[in-house]
Design a protein around this ligand. Structure first.
Ligand SMILES: Cc1cc2nc3c(=O)[nH]c(=O)nc-3n(C[C@H](O)[C@H](O)[C@H](O)COP(=O)(O)O)c2cc1C
Length: 324
C-alpha cells in the first residue's frame, strides 16, 4: 500500500509502532520494521545516551529496514540529557524521530540538518497545527481512546481525525484504538495516511515484556481502562488494577489538594516491575481501550500481514461491493 506516510519514511505498510516505555526495545522495533512497518525504540527507557546508542546498534544488527526513536519531552524537574540523546540518534544513523509531550521546536533545526524526519504525536487539532507550523514532517493524531496520555480534551478519533484532515497539510497517522485491518481502512477513510499502534503491539510474541502483561491485555475488555492523574492535568489511560483503584481513591478523597507526591508509589518507577517482572498490581501502566479488540498474541509479522490482508479485502470486496 502506498500513502504519503509510506513514501515519507520509506516503509512498505502504513503502520507505525509508537514509542512505549519499557516495551520499545530493539527486539520489537526491529520486528516491526522487518515486517514492513516502522518500529520505534523508546529513547528515555535507555537511562543514558550511551545506552540508547547501544540499543540503536542492536536494532541495526537486527534489521536493515528504517526504524525510528521516540523522544518524549516530559515536564520533569530534572530534565533528561536531550542533547545527548539527539546526538546518539544522529550519530547512530537513525533518520526518523517520533516526538511526544512538549513542543519539540527547540530540537527541530538540529534534527532536520542531520536529515532526520520528525513525526510529532499530538492529541488535538491545535497542537497538530502548531507541529505543522514549526516544521514537523508529519503528526500522529492520538485520540481519546489511546493508551498513555490522551491530553485533556477528550475528543475521540471519529471526530479528531476528520478535523485533522480538514486543517492539516502535512500527512498524519491515526493513533489510539487501532488494532486491525478495519482500523486501518477506517483511518484512511477519515483522512489519515496510516496508523500508529501501541497496546496492540505489546500483545505480540516479540514484545520483550513479561507474559503476564500480554495475558492481561488479551483478558481485558474495552471497559477495563481508567483515566488517572486528571486532577494534575497529566491524564493517563491505564489498565485497572489494585494500584489504580488505590490511586483513584486518593484522587477522590484529596480532591483539588492532590499532589504528585501523594501518588508516587502508584506511578513512579513502576514500569520495570510490571513489564519485566510481571508484577501486574505494582502500579499504573498505560493501556488503550483497544484491549477489547485484542484476542491473541501473534508474531509481529503475522499481525501486520493479517492487517494488510484484511484491509485489502475490506476495500476490494466489502466496500467495492457496497459502492456498486
Ligand atoms: C505501555 C505503554 C507505554 C507508552 N509509553 C509511551 C512513551 O514513553 N512515549 C510516548 O510518546 N508514548 C507512549 N505510549 C503511547 C503509544 O506510543 C501510542 O501513542 C498509544 O499507545 C496509542 O494508543 P493505543 O494503545 O490505543 O494503540 C505508551 C503506550 C503504552 C500502551
Amino acid at each position: 500500500m502506498k500513502t504519503r506516510i509510506t513514501e515519507l519514511f520509506g516503509i512498505e505498510h502504513p503502520i507505525i509502532q509508537g514509542g512505549m516505555h519499557y516495551v520499545g526495545f530493539a527486539e520489537l522495533a526491529a520486528a516491526v520494521s522487518n515486517a514492513g512497518g516502522l518500529g520505534i525504540i523508546t529513547g528515555l527507557t535507555q537511562k543514558t545516551p550511551e545506552l540508547l546508542a547501544n540499543e540503536i546498534r542492536k536494532c541495526r544488527a537486527l534489521t536493515d529496514k528504517p526504524f525510528g526513536v521516540n523522544l518524549t519531552f516530559l515536564p520533569t524537574v530534572t530534565s533528561p540529557d536531550y542533547p545527548g540523546y539527539i546526538r546518539a540518534i544522529i550519530d547512530g544513523g537513525v533518520r526518523i524521530v517520533e516526538t511526544a509531550g512538549n513542543n519539540p521546536q527547540k530540537w527541530l533545526p538540529g534534527l532536520h540538518e542531520a536529515g532526520v524526519k520528525v513525526i510529532h504525536k499530538c492529541t488535538s487539532v491545535r497542537h497538530s497545527l502548531k507541529a505543522e507550523a514549526i516544521g514537523c514532517d508529519a503528526v500522529s493524531v492520538d485520540g481519546f481512546e489511546c493508551g498513555g496520555h490522551p491530553g485533556e480534551d477528550d475528543i475521540p478519533n471519529f471526530i479528531l481525525l476528520p478535523r485533522a484532515a480538514e486543517t492539516l497539510k502535512i500527512p498524519f497517522v491515526a493513533s489510539g484504538g487501532m488494532a486491525d485491518g478495519r482500523s486501518l481502512v477506517a483511518a484512511l477513510a477519515l483522512g489519515a495516511e496510516g496508523m500508529n499502534m501501541g497496546t496492540r503491539f505489546i500483545a505480540t510474541r516479540e514484545a520483550p515484556v513479561h507474559q503476564n502483561v500480554k495475558d492481561a491485555i488479551v483478558a481485558a475488555s474495552e471497559l477495563d481502562t481508567r483515566l488517572v492523574m486528571r486532577p494534575l492535568r497529566n491524564t493517563e489511560r491505564v489498565l485497572k488494577n489494585a494500584a489504580v483503584e488505590r490511586l483513584l481513591e486518593k484522587e477522590r478523597t484529596l480532591g483539588a489538594g492532590l499532589k504528585f507526591e501523594h501518588i508516587i508509589e502508584e506511578v513512579a518507577g513502576v514500569y520495570p516491575k510490571i513489564m519485566q517482572d510481571g508484577a501486574m498490581d505494582a502500579g499504573a501502566w498505560s493501556c488503550g481501550m483497544v484491549a477489547g479488540l485484542i484476542h491473541d498474541i501473534p508474531t509481529v509479522k503475522e499481525l501486520i500481514d493479517r492487517i494488510m490482508a484484511e484491509a485489502e479485502a475490506i476495500i476490494r470486496a466489502r466496500l467495492a461491493r457496497m459502492a456498486g
